[in-house]
Ligand binder design. Structure first.
Ligand code: PHE
Length: 344
């Protein structure tokens, strides 16, 4: 009996040592220590033993059971530790690998141009004003000397919301709104960038929505030469020191006299090319001396005050500065296009 128990113990322990996973250990546990296992069998057969032998064999069987159990538990723990180690090794991170570059966005080219223009005018003492994109007929037209039925309203086909409300067709209504705020007291010196809307057919140079930057300067003794000087300074700061400008007579109901302002062609420098249609000049903005009626409606005394105003197209400026040939590039969010302005 003693030999049989010793042999069982040796056999079970050898198997435990060989076992390579938890499932094998469980099978060994069932086979040796289970209800139908050999040790249970020994204990069950104890009735046939003598009273002298019985406690010895019982003790021995319990010792064998304890020895096998202990061995099983040790092995189980070792296998679990190994599993964790293997998992850690498999999942380890190589901290020496180079990281993935972070994609950094950039300003939209139109935002960049607006900020550049703001910088230049702030350097000349202008501040930045704003106005609503949904505007009343009064500010968009009437306060700018464009009464109802005025034929010049046809120059700007409009998106009407009601008879009296529309998407502003230009940033000029901010002139009227700003004048009201100043309550007849100069100086007024503002620029106003913003979106404007016209019922145009969209093509390479037209869009139903685009951006303008308005300028307004009202004070005593503001003259046309001031307008010319400010715009010339702007052109040189924005496009480069060799930039020239040219004023041509024009018409706007809210300025008198009115001018169309050209810059020397940024592509050919004035020699004549396809972009300037061989003229050497490119039109970039409308401007003029604020009409006395407009000053009056805005609460300024035209006998005391005079002023100039201008309005320029932001897309136009950006297209000329960067040589962009289609206005629609600005609105289609093509990553290849936008990426080119990272450092601009
Ligand atoms: N508002 C005019 C336009 O959109 C431009 C302009 C502004 C002209 C200010 C003169 C003075 O065409």
């Amino acid at each position: 009996m003693q030999e049989r128990l010793e042999a069982l113990q040796a056999e079970a322990i050898a198997k435990v040592e060989e076992a390579s996973d938890l499932k094998a250990l469980q099978e060994i546990r069932v086979a040796y220590l289970g209800k139908k296992g050999p040790i249970t069998e020994v204990l069950r057969g104890m009735g046939k033993l003598s009273a002298e032998e019985r406690p010895k064999v019982g003790q021995m069987a319990n010792d064998v059971r304890a020895a096998i159990t202990e061995k099983l538990e040790q092995k189980e723990q070792r296998l679990e530790e190994e599993a964790v180690e293997q998992q850690l090794a498999a999942e380890s991170i190589d901290v020496t690998l180079p990281g993935r570059p972070v994609q950094v966005g950039s300003r939209h080219p139109l935002t960049g141009v607006v900020e550049h223009v703001e910088d230049v005018f702030m350097g000349m003492g202008f501040s930045v004003a704003e106005g609503p994109e949904v505007e009343t007929d009064y500010y968009n037209f009437e306060a700018l000397n464009l009464p109802k039925e005025h034929p010049a309203r046809d120059m700007q086909d409009s998106f009407y919301i009601t008879n009296d409300l529309l998407l502003r067709t230009h940033t000029s209504p901010v002139q009227a709104r700003t004048m009201e705020k100043y309550e007849g007291k100069g100086p007024v010196k503002i620029i106003c960038p913003g979106k404007v809307f016209r019922r145009d057919d969209d093509d390479a140079t037209h869009s139903h929505q685009f951006m303008q930057i308005e300028g307004l300067y009202i004070d005593e003794n503001v003259r046309m030469s001031d307008l010319k000087g400010v715009l010339e300074t702007f052109a040189k700061k924005f496009f480069g020191p060799d930039q020239k400008i040219r004023l041509r007579p024009s018409f706007f109901p809210f300025t008198e006299p009115s001018v169309e302002v050209d810059i020397s062609c940024v592509m050919c420098g004035g020699d004549g090319c396809r972009v300037c249609k061989q003229s050497g000049w490119i039109e970039v903005l409308g401007a003029g001396m604020v009409h006395p009626r407009v000053l009056e409606m805005g609460g300024f005394d035209p006998n005391k005050y005079s002023g100039f105003a201008f309005g320029m197209g932001v897309e136009r400026l950006a297209m000329l500065k960067y040589g962009i040939d289609d206005i629609r590039h600005f609105y289609t969010n093509d990553y290849r296009f936008l990426q080119q302005f990272k450092r601009a």
